[in-house]
Design a protein around this ligand. Sequence first.
Ligand code: NI
Length: 227
Amino acid sequence: MLLCIPNILTPDEVSALRAQLDVADWQDGRHTAGPQSSQIKRNAQIPLNSPILPDLQARLIRALTGNPLWMSAVLPVHILPPMFNRYEGGQTFGTHVDNAIRVIPGEGRQIRTDVSCTLFLSDPEKYDGGELLVEGHYGAQSVKLPAGHCVIYPSTSLHQVTPVTRGARVSSFFWVQSMLRDDTRREMLFDLDQTIQSLSAQLGMNNSEVLRLTGIYHNLIRQWAEV
Ligand code: NI
C-alpha cells in the first residue's frame, strides 16, 4: 500500500525545522550508502552525529505517533530515528531497494524495515523534479507532496528520486518495523480500521455491529502481530 498522509506537521512546524536544517552542516549522502546504492545516490544528508538531530527527531516522532491515520496505516513496533536529506543541482537517487535490516545508530539494535516513509519539507513549487517514483504491481507511482505531508510505501518496493533541476528538495526519510511485516495484511487492517471509524461516526461506537467489527480487528492483530 502506498498512502499519502497530509498534515503530519503544520506550516509553522515545517518552518521551525527548516530554520534549523538550512543553517546546519550537511555531508555527502554516500556516507550511509551501501556498495550498490553509493553508485547511484547523489544527495546531502544531516550527519548522524549532528548536534541538532536528536531534537528534530524527537519532534518528528511526536508528530507521527500523534497522527491517528499514520499509526493506523503503519502499526509501528520500532521507528528508525528520522534522517534528513537534500537534493539540488541535478542530484538524484537512482532505482534501488532499501536494506532489509538497519541498525539504530548509537543503540546497535537491529530493526527490520517494513514501511518506508518520506516526509516532505519543501513546497513543491520551490523546486523542479525530485519526484519519488515507487514501483508497484500497478506500475510506478509518482509522489511529490506539500511540505509537512508524508508518503508511506512498502520497503520491498523498488524506488528512485528523479533529478532536482531547480531549487532544493529537503525531506525527512526513515523506516518502520511494523507489527505486520506483510503489506497485504497491513493494508486489510488499515481498511478495516478506517471502515470501523466511519461506521462508528455514523452509528456510535457502542452499536453492536461496530463492536463486533472492532472485535474482529483486534482479533486479527492477535493472530498476525509480531511485537
Ligand atoms: Ni530508498
